[in-house]
Design a protein around this ligand. Structure first.
Ligand code: SF4
Length: 267
C-alpha cells in the first residue's frame, strides 16, 4: 500500500497484560443509560480520542492512558451481572472517547457479550478510523450511532480538528453493509445551526437513507450543553464556547423539522 492510499489516523496496537489477556482503557461505566441507543443500556465509556471537538463534554477521555486498564474478561463479567435485564431492556453501548481508538478491545467485548449473553450491541463513534477495519469487524455490532458533526468540510474541521471525509466514507460503507444506523448531530448555535448547513446535512442523510432503505432508523438532533465545561477548566484547557448559548427549544424544533420534512425519523 502506498502512503496516499493509507487511511488517515491510526489505531493503536492491542494491549495485553502480563498474562497475555486482552485489555482496554476504560474511562467509566453507566449501568442504566437511557440516551445511548434503544432502551436502557449498559454504557461502557472507553478512553482515547483523536478529535478535539469544541463542545466535547468528556475531554478527560481524550488521552488513552487516562482510563483504567481492564481485561476483556473483567468488563464482560461486569456486564454479565446485568445481562438478564439488559437482554430485555436494551443492551450494551460502547462510547467514549472514540471506541475505534481501541478497536481490538471493543470488538472483543461486543463479540463476547453477544456470544455469552445474547445482548444487543451499539457503537457510538465519529467513524474517523473505520477505514482501518474490515467489514467483518462490525459483525458483532448491531447498531452504529454515527456522529456526523457538520456537513461543510471546513466548518467540520474547525469544530472537531479533523477532516470530514473519512466519516462520510464510513457512512456510505455502513449503508453498503446494510448496518442499522442512527445519525447524531449536535446542534451548536453559531456553529451547526445555519439553515443552509442543516439543509445540506439533511439532504445528505436523506440520500444515504435512500441507498439502503430502513438502515437509517433515526436522526438524533442533540442540543449543545455546557455540562463538560468544568472538566475543560480542571484540565487547564481553554473552553472556546463559554459565550455560546444553548439552543432554544424553538431552534431545536426548527432543525428537527428540517429532517422530518425529508421523511426521516427524528428525535
Ligand atoms: S469525538 Fe467525541 S470524545 Fe472525541 S473530542 Fe469529539 S465529542 Fe469529544
Amino acid at each position: 500500500m502506498n502512503d496516499t492510499a493509507k487511511p488517515p489516523g491510526e489505531i493503536p496496537p492491542a494491549v495485553v497484560d502480563e498474562q497475555g489477556r486482552l485489555c482496554g482503557f476504560v474511562h467509566s461505566v453507566e449501568t442504566g443509560a437511557a440516551v445511548d441507543g434503544p432502551g436502557v443500556r449498559f454504557a461502557l465509556f472507553v478512553s482515547g480520542c483523536q478529535f478535539r471537538c469544541l463542545y466535547c463534554h468528556n475531554p478527560d477521555t481524550w488521552k488513552l492512558h487516562n482510563g483504567v486498564l481492564r481485561t476483556v474478561d473483567d468488563v464482560v463479567a461486569q456486564i454479565g451481572k446485568y445481562a438478564g435485564f439488559l437482554r430485555l431492556a436494551g443492551g450494551l453501548t460502547i462510547s467514549g472517547g472514540e471506541p475505534l481508538m481501541q478497536a481490538h478491545f471493543v470488538r472483543e467485548v461486543c463479540y463476547r457479550v453477544k456470544q455469552q449473553y445474547g445482548l444487543h450491541t451499539a457503537l457510538d463513534t465519529q467513524g474517523f478510523l473505520a477505514a482501518h477495519l474490515p467489514d467483518d469487524w462490525f459483525d458483532p455490532v448491531d447498531l452504529v450511532l454515527l456522529d456526523i458533526k457538520h456537513i461543510d468540510p471546513a466548518k467540520y474541521e474547525a469544530l472537531t480538528s479533523k477532516p470530514l471525509q473519512p466519516t462520510l466514507d464510513f457512512a456510505e460503507r455502513l449503508m453498503a453493509m446494510k448496518k442499522k444506523t442512527w445519525i447524531r448531530y449536535v446542534l451548536v448555535p453559531g456553529w451547526s445551526d445555519a439553515w443552509d448547513d442543516v439543509e445540506r446535512h439533511a439532504d445528505y442523510i436523506k440520500a444515504l437513507s435512500d441507498q439502503a432503505p430502513g438502515c437509517i432508523e433515526r436522526v438524533e438532533v442533540l442540543p449543545f450543553h455546557k455540562m463538560g465545561e468544568p472538566k475543560w477548566r480542571a484540565l487547564n484547557l481553554e473552553y472556546a464556547l463559554d459565550e455560546t448559548p444553548v439552543p432554544t427549544p424553538a431552534l431545536t424544533e426548527r432543525v428537527r423539522e428540517q429532517y422530518r420534512q425529508r421523511g426521516l425519523t427524528v428525535c
